[in-house]
Design a protein. Structure first.
Length: 261
């Protein structure tokens, strides 16, 4: 015979797991819907949670704790890699992040959600600030605004990736590249960075401050990485034009000498 305490613990876990599913799909869902998803009676649910708000608080607290644990130790001296690692960690907790994002739209829960997402937001702000100061990220937007835009983009991609049933690898990569693109890198630069950095190319690699196999050189002072690529393309185009012009002049001169002879 199973111990009543063990049954109670399993029922509580089943209720919280069901709430994560139900509230992600419908933040206004009733406790009846949660009980049905958990396979329990309404009375059994109320034996663990006296109200809907109490259940939501438990769900948010657990979600925040899991996200905080996922971000623990996630850092890199290169702000681009740091930001990408944050995106990778968020992908690892995609369901928790999606639930928090859905509930964030509802006023009464705004403070609780803000507390749960605080570790993510602090990490994104730090990476954004470091990236702007290093010249890698765009500086035409205040750092606070840039961090919020990166966070919003990451959450939107998490939601889209799940909706379109992307593979684990494709979803993780999309979250990282989109965050970097919003921060200021081109999509080519973002993908090149992931390909050149083992811990970004492979989710099994340690998400700690280790040097990538190949790092792109630091951008010149006063020029961001996002603008250096277009500048290089314009420089190459100018060189090509100059070479073409010189060749044309040489050909014209040779032709003139031939006619004179």
């Amino acid at each position: 015979m199973r111990a009543p305490r063990k049954d109670a613990a399993e029922n509580r876990e089943a209720i919280v797991a069901a709430a994560a599913i139900v509230f992600r799909l419908d933040p206004e869902a009733s406790l009846d819907a949660v009980a049905s998803e958990a396979g329990l009676s309404r009375r059994a649910l109320y034996g663990h949670f006296a109200s809907r708000d109490e259940l939501l608080a438990e769900l948010l607290t657990r979600g925040g704790a899991r996200i905080s644990a996922a971000l623990a130790g996630v850092h890199d001296a290169d702000p681009r890699i740091h930001l990408a690692l944050i995106g990778s960690a968020m992908w690892g907790e995609v369901q928790q992040v999606r639930v928090l994002a859905q509930l964030a739209l509802h006023g009464p829960l705004e403070k609780t959600v803000a507390e749960a997402l605080a570790p993510v937001r602090a990490s994104v702000r730090r990476a954004a600030r470091d990236g702007v100061e290093a010249g890698w990220f765009r500086s035409d937007v205040p750092v606070e605004s840039l961090a919020r835009l990166v966070e919003d983009a990451a959450i939107a991609v998490l939601d889209e990736a799940v909706r379109t049933d992307l593979s684990e690898a494709a979803g993780r990569r999309l979250v990282m590249t989109m965050g970097l693109s919003v921060a200021g890198l081109s999509w080519r630069e973002a993908n090149a960075l992931l390909d050149a950095t083992p811990q970004l190319a492979s989710p099994s690699a340690p998400a700690t401050a280790t040097a990538p196999a190949t790092r792109a050189p630091a951008p010149p002072v006063g020029r961001t990485a996002a603008t250096s690529a277009p500048v290089a393309r314009r420089r190459d185009a100018a060189a090509h034009t100059a070479a073409t012009t010189a060749a044309t002049r040489t050909a014209s001169a040779s032709s003139s000498k031939g006619r004179t002879a």
